[in-house]
Design a binder for this molecule. Structure first.
Ligand code: NAP
Length: 507
């Protein structure tokens, strides 16, 4: 049975231990760790045992957090000079580094990440905080002289960027720590207060991170952690005290948030599932290795996971068999075992959904080329399905994002057909192109309706060193260092009138 142990005394404030030995985590209400009156259990995907209990904030707690942050906290953070805000983020990075074992452990036990993936997420979070020094140059404005119109002659304007006040971050289960860190970094560099609502499936790494942020000296009245269920978020979303919402989650959740929230600023990093294109002159061994990783890494539970493979006819049979070989090598099991390549899915329901998608594909003429076998409640083999081209469009695997280690492959005549098949999917997050022919690559760069294209590698957003974000059902806006500042700030135009003062000639 999996049991959550937290060793560092740094985290003592944020939980107490229940009679049955289960830690009960508290919410952070603008300066205080507070226990609510109702609770929900958190299970480990490794064996489904309950590893924590989360106290849900009361309506009173939520109102208190919003009011303190609105009245005081957003000014506390805004009044902190930029270099001091940056120092807090850098100190938080140091604290993540000194508490790395507890952080990695929380990601392995709560999110079911392999040791390598969990270490990678903590390292990416540290790097992201340290690279906040690249965001700050994007806080820019304009100077506009008025003498290009006779109405505005003898006036001038500056256009400055200001923080929107409070950013509400809603984070998904798949990168609980990194997504919180990333949203925090660009919100706080821009001078905003920060409220985070993590996924109810794995909120523990987020609660631990908020404690480190507090210890690093983050203004206490400018911060809240609200561990509510998504279905209870409606009132908060529409609260006029919130200036921007940054959501990473499914397209379905994105639509609900947009409908409930009213007029605000948004960043929406939504569902995806990427296309990989294999051209006839590609290095096929390399392509197969990278595409396989794009399918199975973190059990396919990545927005940038490869879900559709389109291979040109002359190399179709070869890439298919190489991919099958690669996927058969993947060792599935307990993510605490360092020899394991792929751990569990986050919950049994996710495996059920993948099994249904396989059945749906097979009923429409699909053929299982690799995997397909369920290995336990939350475990399943990485799977490759071959689709007849004329049936692909009907398959769930094509029409929806199945958030699991599964992809569908079919052959294509030419790049025109690639663009046609890829663009008719409702999503537009990323694509990968494997090959050398610059004319074909150039054609695809121009025609694929996606937010990013990776040439000769599988899509990976990483720390957001390069900007990422979707088109169509995959979202609104861009994340990535420097690129999100525009969504967490608002322009303010200041017009100076010197008419009749006789000073214009001296400007
Ligand atoms: P999800 O079920 O949509 O949940 C995401 C977050 O939204 C959770 O915190 C969830 O809380 C909350 N939520 C659910 N319903 C809500 C509502 N009505 N109002 C406000 N918040 C609500 O997504 P997930 O399964 O955690 O994450 C996987 C999804 O995220 C995939 O679709 C993936 O593609 C996408 N994703 C996109 C990117 C990108 O960069 N585009 C990156 C990573 C992930 P509860 O957990 O309490 O329900």
């Amino acid at each position: 049975m999996v049991k959550l142990e937290i060793y560092s005394p740094a985290f003592k404030e944020i939980y107490r231990v229940d009679g049955d030995g289960i830690p009960v985590f508290k919410n952070y209400i603008a300066g205080e760790w507070v226990e609510g009156k109702a609770f929900y259990d958190v299970r480990s995907p490794i064996d489904q045992s309950v590893i924590a209990r989360i106290s849900i904030p009361t309506l009173g707690d939520i109102e208190r957090a919003l009011e303190i942050i609105y009245k005081y906290g957003r000014w506390d953070i805004r009044n902190l000079p930029g270099y001091k805000r940056l120092n807090v983020l850098h100190r938080t990075a140091d604290l993540l580094e000194s508490n790395i074992d507890d952080m990695v452990n929380s990601l392995v036990l709560n999110a079911g990440k392999t040791l390598g993936a969990a270490k990678g997420e903590v390292k990416a979070s540290i790097d992201r905080l340290r690279r906040s020094d690249l965001d700050l140059r994007k806080i820019q404005g304009d100077y506009i002289p008025g003498d290009w119109s006779d109405e505005t002659t003898e006036t001038e304007a500056i256009v400055r960027r200001e923080p929107v006040g409070i950013v509400l971050a809603i984070t998904p289960f798949n990168y609980p720590l990194f997504d919180t860190v990333n949203k925090l970094a660009y919100s706080v560099i821009a001078g905003n207060a920060f409220i985070v609502k993590p996924s109810s499936l794995d909120p523990i790494p987020v609660a631990m991170f908020i404690r480190l942020l507090e210890l690093a000296g983050f203004p206490r009245r400018a911060l809240a952690l609200l561990m509510l269920r998504g279905s209870d978020m409606e009132k908060i979303l529409s609260d006029p005290r919130i200036g921007a919402i940054s959501l990473t989650g499914s397209t379905e959740t994105g639509l609900k948030v947009l409908k409930s929230a009213g007029i605000k600023q948004f960043i929406m990093e939504l569902g995806g599932g990427d296309t990989a294109v294999v051209l006839s002159d590609a290095d096929l061994e390399w392509s197969a290795q990278r595409i396989a990783r794009g399918i199975y890494s973190y059990s396919g539970q990545r927005c940038d996971a490869i879900k559709l493979i389109l291979a040109e006819e002359p190399i179709y049979d070869k890439i298919k068999s190489l991919l099958v070989e690669e996927l058969r090598k993947v060792r599935v099991g307990d993510p605490r075992d360092p020899s394991v390549d792929m751990g569990p899915l986050i919950e049994a329901r996710a495996v059920d959904e993948m099994v249904r998608a396989i059945e749906d594909a097979v009923s429409k003429g699909g053929r299982i080329l690799a995997g397909g076998k369920r290995l336990g409640d939350t475990y399943i083999e990485p799977t490759l399905i071959e689709a007849p081209k004329d049936k692909l469009g009907e398959m769930e695997l094509y029409r929806r994002e199945i958030f699991a280690p599964i992809a569908v492959i079919t052959s294509v005549r030419d790049v025109e057909e690639v663009a046609e098949i890829s663009n008719r999917r409702p999503y537009g997050l990323d694509a990968a192109i494997f090959g050398k022919d610059i004319n074909k690559i150039r054609y695809l760069i121009r025609h694929l309706e996606v937010g990013a294209i990776y040439i000769n590698d599988y899509p990976r957003h990483g720390i957001g060193y390069y900007p990422f974000g979707g088109r169509k059902n995959s979202g609104i806006g861009r994340e990535g260092i420097g690129y999100a500042i525009e969504y967490t700030t608002a322009y303010k135009t200041i017009v100076y009138n010197y008419k009749g003062k006789g000073i214009w000639e001296y400007l």
